[in-house]
Design a binder for this molecule. Structure first.
Ligand code: 4AD
Ligand code: MG
Length: 500
């Protein structure tokens, strides 16, 4: 056998004889030719097996070879513009490594639950593979940005004794007989490290006992958090803006074909760059309760209804009896029908929710936290990410710094991704005054003993400082256009079920 070559590298081996090691992604036998689409982890390659060119018995075996069977296949690389990757393989020899029969995930559509139960196999699908590739780039870009900008990585603990983001979402664990919590954030530890290194970041899994089963919540997710000593809100926003832009640029550079395969809105991503939109919470309240949002919601409803008509027409077409169609065409239509039916359900839900969300926005009262639907409206109204700053103090975490010019609000920001995606980043300047921080801890009923080390930071050389946290799964979902963040981590953990 020849030296192993990866599919992603085939274009550098035109006319050479190579061996691929992979799995059968699709098998389309047709008389004297078998069209095998092989995947090897780096891409897909159409391999053409002609009966006249290989051993007859082997041809018979390849013809029947099931989806996800593993094999080594040798052949000559040919340039072929119409094929994925611009090449195909003219097969001269093959070695079947393992025969796979009745692979549970077929090219037809499956329900979400079924796929989650088969996640260990579903990871091999093109869609999951592409999302994983984008995630890889996002994480690489995150580290690169901070490493190149003089930040020091500090790994913060997962077992913690402090409440970071509110006691409602704490996971308590029995730590040798005493209760501890799984980290909701690395921030408090990071603040102390920032007083040593100046600019730091942590990056790891984060745990929240979220009781909501929304598309934006996982109970275990990955968060990157930078923290900077001597920083004020305007510079913090600039940091977030440059950081997010660098992530988008990296994905556009490295994952264009994955973005295309996923149907991501590449044009919209290309528009992401500084400056992002900056609105205060109070301005957002004015928008939500004003005529612009009302009109926006009415137009949106009309759009949904038009979309519904189009989908219903196509469904009716597909439901007509289809005679004389080839098996693969029938499968393709069945898959499209399933897809459209799920889109229709989603659309009906949106049509039902639109008036409720419009009402919630119109009735919004200053002092309330922005709900998911409010965030969606604001982010749908903008093409670029929106920073919403200066939230009412009572709806935000205890550590946020009170605005000395307006004591009702804190110096914080959320970054809402555009196109309705919603919050991807939360951050703030931290309270650096000892007495104000102590008042807050007491007011919330936290045990001051648990926070004595945190209070020391306000005692020994306290400085203005701040940072933010960006959720990796939400970022990947936004970039790829994936609706549910559970698809953006290999093995998702949600409130209702841990499938595998
Ligand atoms: O807004 P959050 O709660 O902020 C913090 O944890 C701060 N301590 C960060 C900091 O200032 N250092 O969370 C930050 C981000 C959110 O914007 C969101 O992207 C993500 O973490 N996130 C979640 N992602 C998935 N599932 C959940 N349940 C999430 N909760 C937050
Ligand atoms: Mg938040």
């Amino acid at each position: 056998m020849n030296d192993r070559v990866y599919i992603s590298d085939l274009k550098n081996h035109i006319d050479a004889k190579v061996t691929l090691s992979g799995w059968v992604y699709r098998n389309r036998p047709s008389g004297k030719v078998v069209f095998l689409v092989v995947r090897d982890g780096t891409g897909l390659c159409q391999c053409i097996v002609e009966k006249s060119k290989i051993d007859e018995e082997l041809f018979g075996q390849l013809k029947k070879l099931g989806q996800e069977s593993s094999l080594r296949v040798t052949g000559v690389v040919r340039a072929e513009e119409r094929s994925t990757g611009g090449v195909e393989l003219g097969v001269t020899a093959a070695e079947i490594v393992d025969v796979s029969e009745d692979y549970p995930i077929t090219p037809k559509s499956h329900g979400v639950d079924f796929l989650l139960r088969h996640r260990h196999l579903h990871l091999r699908s093109q869609r999951q593979w592409s999302i994983g590739k984008v995630r890889h780039t996002v994480i690489d870009a995150v580290r690169r940005f901070f490493n190149d900008d003089g930040f020091t990585l500090v790994d913060t603990p997962i077992f913690t004794g402090t409440v970071g983001e509110g006691e409602q979402t704490l996971f308590e664990v029995d730590y040798f007989g005493s209760p501890l919590y799984l980290a909701q954030t690395g921030q408090l530890y990071l603040e102390s490290a920032a007083m040593s290194y100046g600019k730091v970041y942590c990056f790891g899994p984060t745990f929240r006992a979220e009781k909501s089963k929304t598309r934006r919540h996982l109970t275990e997710f990955w968060m990157v958090e930078p923290e900077v000593a001597y920083i004020e809100l305007p510079e913090l926003l600039e940091l977030a803006e440059n950081f997010v832009t660098s992530i988008i640029q990296a994905v556009l550079k490295n994952n264009r074909s994955e973005l295309e395969a996923l149907g991501a809105d590449i044009e919209a991503l290309e528009k992401i760059g500084a400056p992002f939109v900056r609105l205060t919470y109070s301005e957002v309240v004015d928008i939500l309760t004003g005529p612009k949002a009302a009109k926006f919601m009415t137009d949106q409803l009309a759009g949904f209804k038009a979309e519904k008509d189009t989908i219903e027409t196509r469904i009716a077409e597909l439901e007509q009896p289809q005679q004389g169609l080839k098996k693969w065409q029938q499968d393709k239509n069945a898959a499209e029908l399933l897809e459209l039916q799920s889109e229709l359900t989603e659309l009906n839900r949106k049509i039902e929710n639109n008036p409720k969300h419009a009402q919630l926005a119109a009735d919004f009262k200053w002092g309330r936290d922005l709900g998911g639907s409010d965030e969606t409206i604001i982010s749908l109204m903008h093409e670029k990410p929106v920073f919403v700053t200066h939230y009412p103090r009572d709806v935000k975490a205890f550590y946020m710094k009170k605005d000395r010019g307006d004591e009702k609000v804190v110096l914080n920001f959320d970054m809402l991704a555009p196109k309705g995606f919603g919050e991807v980043i939360g951050g703030s300047i931290r309270e650096d005054d000892y007495d104000l921080m102590m008042d807050r801890i007491n007011a919330l009923g936290y045990n001051p003993d648990d926070y004595s080390w945190y209070m020391d930071l306000r005692k020994y050389g306290s400085v203005p400082h701040g940072g933010f946290g960006l959720g990796i799964e939400r970022t990947v979902a936004w970039i790829t256009g994936e609706k549910h963040i559970r698809q953006c981590i290999a093995f998702p953990r949600m409130m209702d079920k841990v499938h595998i």
